[in-house]
Design a protein around this ligand. Sequence first.
Ligand code: HEC
Ligand code: HEC
Length: 398
Amino acid sequence: MSGSARDAARRGARRAAVPALVAFAAVVTGFSGTTAAAATARPAADDWKWALPPGFPVPLVPKDNRMSKAKVELGRFLFYDPKLSGNGTQSCSSCHLQAKAFSDGRAQGLGSTGELHPRGPQSLTNVAYNTTLTWANPALVRLERQAETPLFGEHPVEMGVTDRNKARVLARFQRSKAYRARYAAAYPRVKKPVTWANTVKAIAAFQRTLISGDSRYDRLLQRKARFTASEQRGAELFFGERAECHHCHGGFNFTEQTTFVGARRERPVFRNTGLFNIGGTGAFPEPNTGAFSITGNPADMGAFRAPTLRNIALTAPYMHDGSLPTLEAVIDFYAAGGRDITEGPNAGDGRLSPFRDPLTSGIDLSPEEKADLVAFLKTLTDRGFVTRRSISDPFRRR
Ligand code: HEC
Ligand code: HEC
């Protein structure tokens, strides 16, 4: 950007006071109006009352897996229990740690038998609102279905439950008096409640309660907090048309793939940000070819879901393969408009990829502006979420 354009942007930034930013964010993200109306639409369950952050819509709940306190509590125990893996060493929480907003700090997931997952464990922040699940799978839309992959998957092995040990793993819960009581409470009027289907449903119900909406950004919208000058400049960049971030990371959940009660149904979008361009063909390294690996459509090569940016400061390293170690590196990557890999088997200039989304074609940012964007991203951290007792490890003594 030229010096005079930068000066103009700075002048604009100075002029915009915090209330203006609030109004601006509300317009850009549709934060107030529609979602608030949806929140009163219809109750999701029997004894279940959502305690949602202001402006958050009601999550979708499948008809055959209504929410209840007892089911959520059972799911919480199961989520944190290593008895749920074949060899008894790993739980869902081994790769989804509350302190890291339910991600785990690894570039690639490490399964119970030592196998590496090709991609990184994702944050489960607000997972109930995701239109599709995992990094890039247009076909995976239900948490109940997703849980089968870590439990029973063989490529790679995660929790290592197999046809051979399946009954034995379930018997561990059947044998426990405490678990029998929890299953019975979660599935009243069911003769034999300790089944795999009920196990998976309870875990899904628990995951739908992993809702995070009390960051400093949220408090700013409620006029309970103030931004520093740098955070505010970062917010204006984020929601502005120069950095373009909000197009893909927009809405109350900072992702364009959002669904909830009363939401308009839209076809989920996957985007190529220019991380790879092997040999100039646009290819991504196998097996991480994005939505292409599911659809086989050449235009989906390297296209991933834009993840939520809530709690993003807690979930390094970044991108599906954890290849960007810090938020600073992510901003440098977007500023460059892609990644140029100069040697090795993945060599190729991502900036020139034929599949890269035009919204990520590079941004002329000063070092100060880059720092401002990082400062803004850090306002999306919700400390209460990573310490909230109701979603914490029930086996840990306090
Ligand atoms: C070995 C580590 C590991 C374990 C154990 C594990 N996960 Fe994951 N999880 C991952 C990885 C890696 C991904 C990304 C998967 C992909 O892109 O294919 C993921 C993705 C997810 C997602 C998708 C999140 C989103 O934003 O779409 C959910 C939900 C999830 N895991 C839930 C669970 C549950 C429930 C369990 C226990 C039954 C579990 N995970 C066990 C590593 C793990
Ligand atoms: C064209 C859509 C698009 C735009 C514009 C965009 N992003 Fe992204 N963003 C994505 C996608 C897709 C991913 C996941 C890519 C992957 O894993 O390979 C992502 C990943 C990220 C991540 C890492 C998330 C994680 O969980 O690892 C951060 C941080 C991020 N973007 C911030 C930004 C910022 C800041 C901007 C503006 C400068 C921006 N994005 C602009 C689509 C976009």
